[in-house]
Design a protein around this ligand. Sequence first.
Ligand code: ADP
Ligand code: MG
Ligand code: ZN
Length: 476
Amino acid sequence: MDYEPVIGLEVHAQLKTKTKIFCSCSTRFGAPPNTHTCPVCLGMPGVLPVLNKQVVEYTLRMALATHCTINRESRFARKNYFYPDLPKGYQISQYELPIARDGFVDIEINSGKKRIGITRIHMEEDAGKLTHDPDRPLSMVDFNRTGVPLMEIVSEPDIRTPEEAGAYLRNLRAIVRYLDISDGNMEEGSFRCDANVSIRPKGAEAFGTRAELKNLNSFKHVEKALSFEIFRQKEILEDGGQIIQETRLWDPDKNRSTSMRGKEEAHDYRYFPDPDLLPLVIDDDWIDSIQNSIPELPDEKKKRFMDEYHLPAYDADFLTSNRELAGYFETCVKDFPNPKQVSNWVMGSLMGLLNVQGKSITESPISSKDLAQLLHLIDKKTISSKIAKTVFDEMAQTGRPPKEIVTEKGLVQVTDESAIKAVVLKVLQECSTEVKDYKNGKTKLFGFFVGQVMKETKGKANPKMVNEIVKKVLSE
Ligand code: ADP
Ligand code: MG
Ligand code: ZN
């Protein structure tokens, strides 16, 4: 039988606020354990939480960017459970009345465009962090992360393949980064994903029983874990077995998942509205002003890059995957208005350089101004494209502008016909044996002569002119 996977993702994005969601403790990562804590985030009796307005603003940005309906009144609830990383014994989250619902994002996959529904977006607090000593029966807890603001984005079960899941996640990550509300870093845990998966016979309407996968710390893990889970469920059903609803933990070293616990039900958590927090009321003015502050998003930018700069979809997609990269490209095009050529250099040489140096575009040793200047030098035939590579490397090493390098090192291209001809004559004279062979039909030697001339001029001669002059002299 043919099965169809059904996948829904729950994404937790850590919001980039300076302070925690209900107290003024710092959210900075990497501080010594338990130094960013106070009676509120430690859950002492008698304290009261105060909602951080920035958390609401950031979540509203995401909600509007993903076409959600904003609930003008939402509520915080207590999700009750016991775990040592949760000092209050409950997590403050939103439950029946989240801040936003019914949105979508469009993804692009090989087979085309597809819309993935967003069920809801809500705010909640993070828990602390446990570390377990491998040698002793000892666990330690760090409450610095307790109360750090999270935004949870729950998708509809609209995703059908691991590839679609990857595309959806990349899209969400690009959006949170464009909005500047989260680092979106999966490896560092500021962007986390739980994946719900079930399979059903192809053509069937009813969903199968799902498993929830946790511990997916990279895009690669998400896609691998989903493929494994789909395979695992198929095997069970084909053997006449039944899927049990459970939470499973992905083990990236062993490339498989193991059962962690049976699926808990919402009623197990005894959700109830948090009596310490007022209902959250959002007025139209606030929504309008946030709507107006939303920048051009990746999808629109990609479309504009294709329309305005006539770039191929691949280039547009690549360049708009990151807001800073798109900005770099656009400032460069302002100075050197040949978009495709700028795109080639940015995606080729520049990306290669940044990958080797492990740098992001904002740390590029070559500014967009200097790259544009280099392209002008090539365009005006001041330097050959071969020499341009040398200049580029020098720019990368020293951060100096290309004009300076070209002048100082005497790299200006030789386009003086008589100067080139003199070198050609000299080279052909020195290679008289090869010239004889050439005239006897060994025409392959042509490239050798050109190469010798280029070598003699240290790559500075205009290659096209060298070709022409060598041809002319040989036929004389
Ligand atoms: P919880 O994890 O608290 O049970 P939900 O019931 O809201 O939360 O569902 C979580 C996610 O599971 C959502 O993204 C939803 O799309 C997805 N989902 C629900 N049912 C299925 C199913 N049968 N197969 C795959 N995914 C599902
Ligand atoms: Mg869940
Ligand atoms: Zn605190």
